[in-house]
Design a binder for this molecule. Sequence first.
Ligand code: NAD
Length: 359
Amino acid sequence: MNTQHELEVALGDRRYPIRIGRGLLDQPGALAALVTGRHALVLTDVNVAPHYLAPVQAALRGKQVQTCVLPPGEQEKTLARFAEVMAVLAGMGASRDTTVLALGGGVVGDLAGFAAACWMRGVRFVQLPTTLLAMVDSAVGGKTAVDLPQGKNLVGAFHQPSAVLADVATLDTLPDRELRAGLAEVVKYGALGDAGFFAWLEDQAEALLAREPAALAEAIARCCAHKAAIVARDETEQGERMLLNLGHTFGHAIETEQGYGGLLHGEAVAVGMVLAARLSAELGRAPWPDAARLAALLERLGLPVALPPGLAPDALLDRMRLDKKAVSGALRLVLWRGIGQAEVVDGVTDEAILAVLDA
Ligand SMILES: NC(=O)c1ccc[n+]([C@@H]2O[C@H](COP(=O)([O-])OP(=O)(O)OC[C@H]3O[C@@H](n4cnc5c(N)ncnc54)[C@H](O)[C@@H]3O)[C@@H](O)[C@H]2O)c1
């Protein structure tokens, strides 16, 4: 298996590269080439900075560079942190040709991307993802956002990066729990649209957990190829892109209800996918053995497959109503026809959802 991959996201006449491989952050020329103007702002967090900030700063020597190192975690993906980043951009006199670099996981990527979307109505940004989840999902496709106490990602914008550089060597320092959370989003691609990839994951589960470089790089490349293809067909989520939210309506409700301090995003998505699969089977839309196969793979990958204790079904259902896919207050869910086939479904009754949340 190969450890270097190069793909492209093509959006009409706009396109940008996704480079995947070990050691990409240690190629100063390649990094510097992505910053075309005078100013650069590197956004990162305190866990990532000690490991990976130095090569990025070295590559940008000669530019006017500011660094913003945030505390880590979902609780920081807020309007208050967004305002801080705006103040840093203002303080450095950042002009229209500024590049914002997101060095970190999905939290840093979503926040940096939203800042880049808003500063002077939009400046360049580059994704340097350092978590598996960010490499396979959040760094690609241009969704940017911050959370509100009322719900996840409620304030945001579509703003595509100019490039994505996924240095797989950064995963060496990623805690096991975060690696597993990223594997949930990897499984999502197989579950929603690629039965062959799902079977490959069943085969490679141990290699992925052991962080075998070629297996990881291949998984990342296959996920990015899926995401790039879907985003190319539906950039602003009018239809097919919704399928990428398999498990997310349940998952976001769990995260919000726990105050963003309980399950990790990927863990909540794992539980959410199992609930969506179970609901689909209950409704007669998907085979029960497929739902069991999905739960079994997630469990092998060390992910939770049941709701954490203490969450009231009614409260979760209320949270689900604030989901961005809801239309005129009516819930719209991504459900399942079985391994490799997701679908968008309207009109699922509260009773059916509550029954699955209660089980
Ligand atoms: N925009 C999108 O399309 C999209 C898609 C999926 C998820 N998301 C968002 O992504 C976020 C989750 O991202 P995440 O799982 O990457 O979480 P995260 O950004 O919080 O990173 C997870 C943890 O790992 C640490 N970390 C990151 N890289 C590290 C490294 N290489 N070594 C050591 N520690 C490291 C971070 O400091 C943090 O503590 C959520 O907010 C979710 O909503 C966005």
